[in-house]
Design a protein around this ligand. Sequence first.
Ligand SMILES: [Zn+2]
Length: 85
Amino acid sequence: MPEATSDHNGLLNVLGISSRELESLLKFVDVRLCAEGCDNTLRHAEHWAEANDVGWPRLSDGLAESGAYCDCEIVANLASFFDAA
Ligand SMILES: [Zn+2]
């Protein structure tokens, strides 16, 4: 795992969003996963980015760099960074 994702601030830096936005993203994706499940894409995260005026190319690159290649991996891999903060 890249050094940049070894802590909470590093993760936010990679994703290019604020701590508050990360919390919002995790909640949004979690709710959508419960309702619709994961289709092995980042479509829920992309909807969040559109709804919150966050640039998707940067965020999707950051998510991939953080080991989140689909929506359920966002919750699985990134929630721990958030809880640890
Ligand atoms: Zn998934």
